[in-house]
Design a protein around this ligand. Structure first.
Ligand code: GLP
Length: 241
């Protein structure tokens, strides 16, 4: 596990964007596992800037997102499909056919989970998986649980997650109660993992996840067992270190 200490959110975003760019430059047809939430937005911004300078080419890059709310269609502003379009895809030369996100409108959870796993299999595995960290230790939408879920599946979102994510919606009751997410097994199969963490409100959980026991009660603790994890965290997030 490598830990990079960043000064602040901006510095964390630049350092993370450097790692993502290096992956694209070293393997132009790489598969990136992408995350949503506020944490990776700055890194995506930086990648867009470098793309406009002519330093990055996304034409052969393939992507697979971690998760999607169930019941939100692609046109909904709060869907992760829309998030990715606004924060990255529409600004770079990525081919939409190369981007993959679980289909929140598929009512049959078993069918959607199997479809998404098949896509990931056909992509040949994820080269670099980007992750944010939930306040309860979730990665993707893998909430604290009694087991580490293996593959893509449907989850009931916990109240704390609904509470944390309501800032993006008009009110808490508009936050979907379920989501599709890659499983912990899906995430851990990525060749390399980049965990980005910012802010004092994540300090406690970051410390617990990386220094506490490996347990499904803290889903991110599984990262301790992965052979190639890079953590880029700012000073505030590392304040309990
Ligand atoms: C969301 C997403 C996660 C994300 C996390 C943290 O629920 N499903 O993928 O990492 O919450 O979000 P933020 O970066 O906004 O703190």
């Amino acid at each position: 596990m490598k830990l990079y200490r960043a000064k602040d959110y901006y510095d964390m975003s630049r350092k993370a964007a450097n790692i993502i760019s290096a992956q694209i430059i070293m393997k132009p047809n790489c598969v990136l596992g992408l995350a949503t939430g506020s944490t990776p937005v700055g890194a995506y911004k930086q990648l867009i800037e470098w793309y406009h300078k002519g330093d990055l080419d996304f034409s052969r890059v393939k992507t697979a997102n971690l998760d999607e709310y169930k019941g939100l269609n692609r046109d909904n502003d709060q869907s992760y499909y829309c998030f990715m379009k606004q924060n990255l895809f529409k600004h770079v030369n990525i081919d939409e056919a190369n981007t993959h996100i679980p289909d929140g409108m598929e009512a049959d959870a078993v069918k959607e989970a199997a479809r998404y796993e098949e896509i990931l299999k056909n992509l040949g595995g994820i080269d670099l998986q980007i992750l944010g960290l939930g306040h309860n230790g979730h990665i993707g939408f893998n909430e604290p649980s009694d087991i580490f879920p293996k593959d893509t599946h449907i989850v009931d979102l916990q109240e704390s997650t609904i509470e944390a994510n309501k800032r993006f919606f008009a009110s808490a009751d508009q936050v979907p109660r379920q989501a599709y997410t890659m499983g912990i097994g899906t995430i851990i199969r990525a060749k390399k993992i980049l965990l980005m963490v910012s802010g004092e409100d994540k300090a406690e959980i970051l410390h617990t996840a990386l220094c506490g026991p490996v347990t499904p009660k803290v889903p991110a603790s599984i990262l301790q067992l992965h052979p190639d994890v890079i953590i880029v965290a700012d000073e505030a997030a590392l304040s309990k270190w």
